[in-house]
Design a protein around this ligand. Structure first.
Ligand SMILES: [Zn+2]
Length: 427
């Protein structure tokens, strides 16, 4: 269904006809630019599925007008799909064109569309209904309230496969619950690849590697890093649940059968502007680069049978502590070494855009949705990069997915710690 609304820009008075593609979400953000003055017009749309009366939108920077008054500008919005760039949508060109849904359907094909819609609906449903409990169970874990946790988790996981006898069991249960909750949004292929790799690395480990990985787990536990990372991953997951409705059209891109070269040039994402996702990206990047210590330590175990012996990339970095003393940018460079766990984080860590945000050296154009950024901080032509907003939203999703893969390595390392404790105890 497409609903039409005429809005008046509060800055320049221009009238715009907004065609809202209504989809599966009861509540979704709208981010569009005034066609004349370029100011960002934002709104939150709410649907009443019981009495289908079209979306109620509260706009900021624009006023909703009654009726279908003549308007100079036309644009379309969608809570689920990329939309046509506003310049192209003006005037007569808008008549008779396919809706965002129809265009996306053509590109995804029936199977792709079905998978996208099922996964999105499922996650939106779980985010609304299950997330408060999933979050609470994670918090019970972090606060070591294991009795309460064991009771609370029973609505989700059976006692057969998931006994909750001790910390080892509880950690396993909490992680399984969290992955199940996130699963509609995760890339199964990568998760499987990560699981297979971890299984192989452990099952084929030499006695020296086995000893080294236990020592590494103990080292992290002594520094209370395992728990601290689990807290931070939970915080990022909460931010992801909150931001997901801004990311849905970018999530849909995963189901496209192909992409034309000018796809981003020709389209917009009307659920998010740069400000909506910037902090999420920065937080994800900070966490991912801190999680590098787990990835690199496990690489050290695998390649050199000693968690503390680094690859010889730099003369001044011999130990893991040397590595941790380096800047984030320098640490990310260690992923270029082609060691066994690097692929988990490497493709997702875009230091350039992160540095530009840190230096405040970027501009966002509301109308074209182009992000112009300068990684070194100097706003000079030779240092200039651009990115489309939908691509940035995709990077946010990729980064979150990478953090969840690194989380798998973290949780495994934590389990190795508990396992070695169990072995060491007289019981
Ligand atoms: Zn205006």
């Amino acid at each position: 269904m497409v609903s039409r609304q005429v809005i008046k820009c509060e800055v320049c008075g221009a009238l715009t006809l907004v065609r809202i593609q209504v989809g599966w979400q009861e509540e979704f953000p709208i981010r569009v630019a005034c066609g004349r003055c370029g100011i960002l017009i934002t709104g939150m749309a709410r649907l009443d599925f019981e009495n289908v009366t079209g979306p109620h939108v509260r706009y900021e920077n624009a006023e909703l007008l009654p009726g279908n008054q003549g308007s100079s500008f036309h644009l379309e919005t969608s809570s689920e799909f990329l939309t046509m760039k506003p310049g192209l949508a003006n005037g007569k060109m808008m008549e008779g064109v396919l809706t965002p849904f129809m265009r996306a359907f053509q590109t995804m094909g029936a199977d792709g569309y079905l998978e996208f819609s099922q996964r999105t609906k499922q996650f939106l449903h779980m985010a609304k209904n299950d997330w408060p409990r999933v979050r609470r169970i994670n918090e019970l874990w972090l606060n070591r309230k294991l009795d309460l946790l064991a009771k609370d988790i029973r609505d989700f996981l059976p006692a057969d496969g998931f006994p909750m006898r001790d910390e080892f069991d509880c950690l396993r249960g909490v992680r399984a619950l969290t992955v199940r909750f996130l699963s509609p949004t995760l890339d199964e292929e990568q998760f499987e690849r990560c699981g297979t790799l971890r299984g192989e690395v452990l099952s084929k480990a030499t006695p020296d590697q086995r000893k080294a990985v236990k020592e590494f787990a103990n080292h992290l536990a002594e520094r209370k890093l395992l728990r601290r990372f689990e807290e931070r991953i939970l915080a990022l997951t909460a931010a992801f649940v909150d931001r997901f409705k801004y990311l849905v059209p970018a999530f849909g891109l995963r189901f496209y059968a192909g992409r034309s070269d000018d796809m981003f040039e020709q389209s917009c994402i009307t659920t998010a502007s740069f400000d909506d996702l910037k902090q999420f990206f920065v937080d994800g990047f900070e966490l991912a680069t801190d999680l590098l210590v787990i990835i690199i330590g496990r690489n050290n175990v695998f390649h050199r049978s000693d968690w503390n012996v680094m690859t010889d990339k730099r003369r001044d970095v011999k130990t893991l502590a040397d590595f941790e003393s380096k800047t984030k940018g320098e640490r990310v460079q260690f992923l270029e070494q082609g060691e066994v766990f690097n692929w988990i984080l490497e493709p997702a860590l875009d230091s350039k855009i992160r540095n530009a945000i840190a230096h405040n050296a970027y501009r966002y154009d509301n109308a074209t949705q182009a992000i112009t950024y300068y990684p070194h901080g100097n706003e000079v032509e030779s240092n200039r990069h651009t990115l489309h907003m939908a691509e940035f939203a995709e990077k946010c999703l990729r980064l979150f997915g990478a953090v969840q893969l690194a989380a798998e390595v973290l949780f495994e390392t934590h389990r190795i710690f508990f396992f070695s404790q169990r072995q060491g105890s007289p019981a």
